[in-house]
Design a protein around this ligand. Structure first.
Ligand SMILES: Nc1ncnc2c1ncn2[C@@H]1O[C@H](COP(=O)(O)OP(=O)(O)OP(=O)(O)O)[C@@H](O)[C@H]1O
Ligand SMILES: [Mg+2]
Length: 428
C-alpha cells in the first residue's frame, strides 16, 4: 500500500463481543524516517466508557498523537498482531506486508482487545476450530515450515488462529475456552526433548516456585507433542462469542516512555518494576511477583525472556496487572556466564544472585525480602526440577542434559565491581 500506511483500529470494550471503532492509525515515510499518527474517533471519545489504547502513550484526547519510535509505529498496536510465525502465514497468502499491512490482514484474530480493518467496516471474524482438528492443523504447520503447499481451508484456519511469537502455533476451542496450541518445530534440536515437553515441565516448576503461570496441558497428537496454553485474553460469552481483555507487552511499557525508549536499546526488569507504579493497580504485589519471575529465569536458565514474553492484562481496560507467565523454557547453555533477555540489575543481564539483589529496591523490596524470594525459588528449583521433567515424560537420559540448567553453577559467582564516578572535592 502506498504511503501513508493506514489502519482502522477497533476495541472490544470490557465484556463485549462486538468491536467499537476507536480511531485511525497511519505511518508515513518522511525525509527523517517514518512517523506514526494516531487519532481517536470523536464518537468514541464521547462514550463515557471509552478506554485508551495505551493509557500512557495514547491517552484519550482529540488531537493527533505522533511517534517516530519503532520506525513510526505504536507498540500497543503491534502487540495485538503477528510476529514471525503469523507474518510468515500472511506472506504466503498475500505477499510481504508493511507493519500495518500485517495488522489489516489479522482482522479480529488478535492478542488482547484490539482488532483492525483496512476500511471503516467491522474487522472480519472467524471462529477458531475445535480441538479435534488439531492433528490436521499440526500436519499443515509442518508442511508450512517445509514451504510446501497446504489444503487452503487448513491454511486459512491456521492463519486465523495465529497471534504473536516465532514458533508454529494456532488457536483452538477446548473445554469451553480458547487455547493456543504450540507445536513442535522442524527446527528444534533433535538432541533435546521436544520444546512442548520442556515448556510444560518449566511451567510446572515455575508454579511450584511461586510464579503465577498460565494454565497448560501437554498432549500427544498424531505422535507429536503439543502444548496447550489457555488464552488469558478471551472469556466465553453466551452464544459462542468471546469477551476480550486488554493486553500490552513489556515492550509497550518501555516504548510508552519516550525518555526511556529513545536512549535504551534493551528491556529492563528494574525499569519495569518501576513503571508498575503508573501502570498497575497493585504495584508492590506485581513488582514482587516480577522479581520472583526474574529469579526463576536465572535459576532455570530461561534466557529467552525478551520484552514480548511478558505483559500486562486488564479486564476493565483501565487498571492493569501482571499477566500470568508464559513461554518459560529451561535452556541448555555451553557457558558458565548466563545473560537473561533483559537487564537484571547493576551488573547488566548477568543471571546471578548478586545481580538480582542489586536491584531489589527497584521492585520495592528490601534486601532481606529479596534474598528470601531468591532462596525460596532456588530451594524449589533444586528439589523439584527432576520431578517436573518426569511429569512431562522426559526420561533420565534427557534429564542429564539439563543438569547444569537448574541452579546453574555460575549463579553464585561474584560480580566484578561497577566503576563509580570519582568524587571530586571542590577547592574553596
Ligand atoms: N496464554 C496466552 N493468552 C493470550 N495470549 C498469549 C498467551 N500466551 C502467549 N500469548 C501471546 O502470544 C505470543 C506468542 O506466544 P509465545 O511467546 O508462547 O510463543 P513463542 O512462539 O514461543 O514465542 P517466541 O517468539 O518468544 O519464541 C505472546 O508474545 C503473547 O502476545
Ligand atoms: Mg514468546
Amino acid at each position: 500500500m502506498a504511503d501513508p500506511d493506514q489502519l482502522f483500529v477497533w476495541i472490544h470494550l470490557p465484556g463485549s463481543s462486538e468491536p467499537e471503532l476507536c480511531g485511525r492509525a497511519s505511518s508515513t515515510q518522511g525525509p527523517a524516517g517514518r512517523t506514526g499518527d494516531f487519532l481517536y474517533r470523536r464518537k468514541y471519545l464521547e462514550r463515557p466508557d471509552a478506554i485508551p489504547v495505551d493509557p500512557v502513550r495514547l491517552p484519550l484526547t482529540n488531537t493527533v498523537q505522533t511517534t517516530n519510535l519503532l520506525f513510526g509505529h505504536f507498540s500497543a498496536l503491534l502487540d495485538a498482531g503477528p510476529d514471525r510465525w503469523g507474518k510468515r502465514m500472511i506472506d504466503r497468502a498475500f505477499g510481504p506486508q508493511t507493519e500495518y499491512g500485517y495488522l489489516r490482514h489479522v482482522g479480529d484474530a488478535t492478542t488482547g482487545a484490539l482488532a483492525f480493518s483496512a476500511v471503516d467496516e467491522e474487522p472480519w471474524h472467524a471462529e477458531p476450530p475445535r480441538y479435534e482438528s488439531l492433528e490436521d492443523l499440526q500436519e499443515a504447520s509442518r508442511l508450512i515450515e517445509l514451504n510446501q503447499p497446504v489444503q487452503p481451508e487448513l491454511e486459512r484456519l491456521l492463519r486465523n488462529g495465529t497471534g504473536g511469537g516465532a514458533r508454529p502455533k494456532t488457536t483452538v476451542r477446548y473445554k469451553d475456552s480458547l487455547w493456543i496450541a504450540k507445536f513442535q518445530s522442524i527446527d528444534d534440536p533433535a538432541a533435546l526433548p521436544s520444546n512442548p515437553k520442556v515448556e510444560h515441565a518449566t511451567l510446572l516448576l515455575a508454579r511450584l516456585a511461586g510464579v503465577r503461570t498460565v494454565e497448560h496441558e501437554l498432549k500427544l497428537v498424531g505422535g507429536q507433542d503439543v502444548l496447550l496454553v489457555k488464552r488469558f485474553d478471551r472469556q466465553p460469552l453466551e452464544g459462542g462469542r468471546w469477551a476480550r481483555s486488554r493486553y500490552v507487552s513489556a515492550r509497550t511499557i518501555f516504548y510508552s516512555d519516550e525518555s526511556y525508549a529513545r536512549f535504551s536499546f534493551s528491556g529492563s526488569y528494574p525499569r519495569l518494576g518501576q513503571e508498575f507504579r503508573r501502570w498497575v493497580a497493585a504495584p508492590a504485589v506485581d513488582a514482587a511477583q516480577l522479581f520472583g519471575r526474574m529469579a526463576f529465569n536465572c535459576l532455570a536458565s530461561n534466557t529467552d525472556d525478551h520484552d514480548l514474553n511478558l505483559g500486562l492484562l486488564s479486564d476493565d481496560g483501565r487498571s492493569f496487572r501482571l499477566a500470568p507467565a508464559f513461554d518459560l523454557v529451561a535452556g541448555v547453555h555451553a557457558t558458565r556466564r548466563l545473560d537473561l533477555g533483559m537487564i537484571v540489575g547493576e551488573f547488566g543481564a548477568a543471571a546471578t544472585r548478586e545481580n538480582l539483589l542489586s536491584s531489589a529496591e527497584r521492585f520495592q523490596l528490601d534486601r532481606e525480602s529479596a534474598a528470601a524470594i531468591i532462596d525460596q525459588v532456588e530451594t524449589v528449583v533444586a528439589a523439584e526440577w527432576r520431578r517436573c521433567f518426569e511429569a512431562a515424560g522426559i526420561g533420565q537420559a534427557d534429564q542429564a542434559k539439563y543438569q547444569q540448567s537448574f541452579c546453574p553453577p555460575g549463579f553464585r559467582d561474584p560480580q566484578p565491581p561497577v566503576p563509580r564516578p570519582a568524587v571530586t572535592r571542590r577547592k574553596r
